[in-house]
Design a protein around this ligand. Structure first.
Ligand code: SF4
Ligand code: SF4
Ligand code: SF4
Length: 270
């Protein structure tokens, strides 16, 4: 139930954000305002409340933002969904990399403070996905629309207008293409590896999650667990240490994929 709800919400927000990037701003503009870094950077009267709400949500429920609101997170889940239908490959627990996360988070903060926002944007999730959508998906959507217009004209219905295919500079196109390839390969290979090593938002949300002692969380009941490892095999954040009965909450993205796998009812959301 929780997993189904998470997927429905994530798909709705993801589709809405893609429509936003394709120019349907009036009906979907609000979704762009609930993104973590833009809300924190534009800390004014309205967006300040959004940033505080996102921080409060993380303190109460952990990194649910990463499975529902972040378009780059949902994009990685889609890549993984496709990969699972092509190749079966289980995940396994791996220790976190707090030093790597700290280095990337510090680099991001220094770049922002020193005026290097465009460089910082190379590892900021909303900027990365924005580049995918505007530099890659938008021209692709225009090509598809033109193909439909050509077909309609061929069948004697020249009622669909063709649209201009607009590429915003080849350098930006190249950066977007390389990022898309890198994120796709990482997601297909190791699930949320980018999220738990490179992403500065993930580092920040992980810190908030670790700081909150009484939040809702995935709990592993060591008295019921038989250490079969089934749950760890589906955990794309590689954060369930079944052998020691520990879930690394700072890396768990609250996808709820693991809840249905345990036959001993040792895993729960509490
Ligand atoms: S860790 Fe970063 S990229 Fe991953 S889902 Fe969270 S905000 Fe998005
Ligand atoms: S699936 Fe259940 S029993 Fe098996 S390791 Fe995970 S929590 Fe333990
Ligand atoms: S522990 Fe469960 S909810 Fe958390 S990331 Fe892993 S599979 Fe998802």
């Amino acid at each position: 139930m929780l997993r189904a709800l998470r997927i429905v919400l994530a798909v709705a927000i993801f589709l809405g954000l893609n429509l936003f990037f394709l120019g349907f701003v009036e009906c979907t503009g609000g979704l762009a305002q609930i993104q973590f870094v833009p809300a924190c950077l534009a800390f004014n009267l309205s967006l300040g409340g959004v940033a505080l709400a996102l921080i409060g949500m993380t303190l109460l429920m952990g990194r649910i933002y990463c499975s529902v609101i972040c378009p780059l997170g949902v994009f990685q889940d889609i890549v993984l969904w496709v990969r699972r239908r092509i190749v079966r490959k289980d995940f396994a627990y791996r220790p976190g990399r707090p030093v790597v996360r700290a280095v990337f988070a510090a680099l991001f903060a220094v770049l922002l403070l020193c005026g290097g926002a465009s460089l910082a944007g190379l590892i900021e999730p909303y900027s990365i996905y924005g580049r995918f959508a505007t530099h890659l998906f938008e021209p692709l959507a225009a090509m598809c629309a033109n193909a439909v217009a050509d077909l309609a004209a061929r069948w004697g219905h020249p009622c669909i207008l063709k649209t201009e295919i607009f590429v915003r500079g080849w350098a930006a196109f190249g950066v977007a293409g390389v990022s898309l390839l890198a994120i796709t390969v990482l997601a297909a290979w190791r699930g949320r590896l980018f999220c738990n090593t490179v992403c500065p938002v993930g580092a920040m949300l992980g810190l908030l999650t670790r700081a909150a002692k009484s939040q809702a969380r995935i709990q592993l009941d060591a008295t019921k667990c038989v250490k079969c490892g089934l749950c760890a095999k589906v955990c794309k954040a590689e954060c369930i240490d079944a052998a020691n009965g520990i879930v690394d909450q700072s890396r768990c993205v609250r996808c709820f994929d693991c809840l249905g796998t345990c036959r001993k009812e040792a895993l729960s959301w509490k």
